[in-house]
Design a binder for this molecule. Structure first.
Ligand SMILES: [Zn+2]
Length: 452
């Protein structure tokens, strides 16, 4: 089980250079000069760069319970094809939601034996379950996700300010992380109702003020409790000064944005095109450009997909009604080329993209074996051809609905290795605990597992 891959361009933490990456038992054991290799080395083509596998810390797999929306087999095949070697599954939209140790067990059982990449799990923070945080952390969740507004599914209610403080007080005691969907219900209740095919009307129904108000509440609660917090899927670039000021003030807050907020603009979303509906919404081009500046300046820490598909029926493509359609963008397989295409157009290097999509999400989720090509890390590797062009066609997602359909992108993922084994659709993935340790197979599983 030893693999050596060399390339003229290897993306390392301290820059890009010609090198050979030696692996053994699924881990990287040495990085040597290009020519210092055994006979059976894999040599990448001259137009390929060797990248660390991406870590996508924001994926809604939806299995069990809503497996018809997406499932572990299809989601992780899409991930592997897109150069993503680790996903962290969100605690909601599956049934049961991951809000207890028992529910985590149900989720693991559903995933076991059918994942093509490594999978870790967020727990859910809902009213009344703060007492379960410690056992859930001991059982392996990487942290907790909460909503500050209706989540869209009844079994995953939001936290009010008291609930938020209770959760953060509990997490501060164990240095746990709370990640939050930050939109404010009052600000949205005061906005016009969405409805019909008008994208402008939908955008007006979820104003920037809703993000800023919720982020303000999160910052106050983090400041008072000393806990670590993270804002998921920031769409409103006007909230960046708030976050910058909080950090300067010593508040432990990080923030992510998503490929769709970096790619699309409200002005260009056709009326009735509900594939673009997500919460918070895709905002105007001025926000998109300011989010890019936020990334480059270091005010935004990472880029992850928020892959959140549903059935085509629930997208209400038949009527194109933004009020009725489920909100969520499917993008797991295309995140790397999408972000790279946008980065290149703005003169931003591939090394930055790798940091935002691999190193930073691995750090967020507390997965020390992931996120870089370095001795001791897992041998999760991607052969990426940054100059090659392709058009988005059939993807491995369960459903074809995506706003990227038909779009021309730069950058092709040619090969993916997971812990030293080339990905070919087989379920090579493991279920990870916080801190990376892989789980022993659940009872009854007969799959051969590569051990580290
Ligand atoms: Zn999400």
């Amino acid at each position: 089980m030893s693999l050596v891959v060399r390339a003229r361009r290897v993306s390392l933490s301290d820059g890009e250079r010609s090198a050979a990456v030696h692996t053994d038992g699924g881990r990287i054991v040495a990085i040597t000069p290009f020519d210092d290799v055994p006979a059976d080395v894999v040599t990448l083509a001259d137009d390929e760069v060797l990248l660390p596998g991406l870590v996508d810390s924001h994926v809604h797999v939806n299995e069990p319970g809503r497996t018809e929306w997406e499932g572990f087999a299809s989601a992780t095949r899409a991930a592997a094809a897109g150069g993503v070697t680790t996903i962290v599954d969100m605690p909601l939209n599956s049934i049961p939601p991951t809000t207890s140790v028992e529910a985590l067990g149900v989720k693991r059982q559903a995933a076991e034996g059918q994942v093509s990449v490594d999978v870790a799990f967020w727990g859910g923070a809902v009213p009344g379950n703060a007492g379960r945080f410690r056992p859930m952390l001991e059982a392996g969740v990487v942290g907790f996700k909460c909503f500050l507004i209706d989540s869209g599914v009844p079994e995953f209610p939001p936290l009010d300010d008291d609930g938020l403080r209770t959760a953060l007080t509990e997490l501060a005691a164990v240095d746990g992380l709370l990640i939050a969907h930050a939109e404010d219900a009052d600000a949205i209740a005061a906005a016009p109702e969405p409805g019909g095919p008008s994208y402008a009307r939908y955008l007006a129904s979820r104003p920037c003020a809703a993000e800023e108000s919720a982020i303000g509440r999160l910052i106050e609660a983090a400041k008072d409790t000393g806990a670590r917090v993270h804002v998921v899927h920031l769409a409103d670039a006007d909230a960046l000064p708030l976050i910058r000021a909080a950090r300067a003030d010593g508040v432990r807050i990080t923030v992510e944005t998503c490929p769709h907020y970096l790619t699309f603009a409200a002005e260009d979303v056709p009326d009735g095109a509900t594939a673009f509906k997500c919460c918070p919404p895709i905002r105007e081009a001025a926000h998109r450009e300011a989010l890019w500046r936020g990334l480059v300046d270091g005010d935004i820490d990472l880029v992850v997909s928020d892959h959140s598909p549903c059935t085509p029926e629930l997208k209400r493509l038949d009527v194109g009604d933004f009020g009725l359609a489920w909100g969520g963008v499917a993008s797991l397989q295309v995140g790397l080329p999408v972000v790279w295409t946008g980065a290149r157009a703005r003169g931003v290097g591939l090394d930055r993209v790798v940091r935002w999509m691999s190193e930073a999400p691995a750090r967020l989720a507390g997965l020390p074996g992931k996120g870089a090509i370095a001795v001791g890390k897992d041998a999760d590797l991607v052969a990426f051809a940054p100059e090659a062009l392709w058009r988005v066609g059939e993807l491995h997602h369960r459903h074809p609905v995506t706003p990227y359909a038909g779009r021309e992108l730069g950058g092709v993922v040619r090969r993916t290795w997971l812990r030293g084994q080339e990905s070919d659709g087989r379920p090579l993935g493991d279920l990870l605990d916080r801190g990376d340790a892989d789980r022993p197979p659940t009872a009854g599983s007969s799959r051969e597992r590569p051990r580290r």
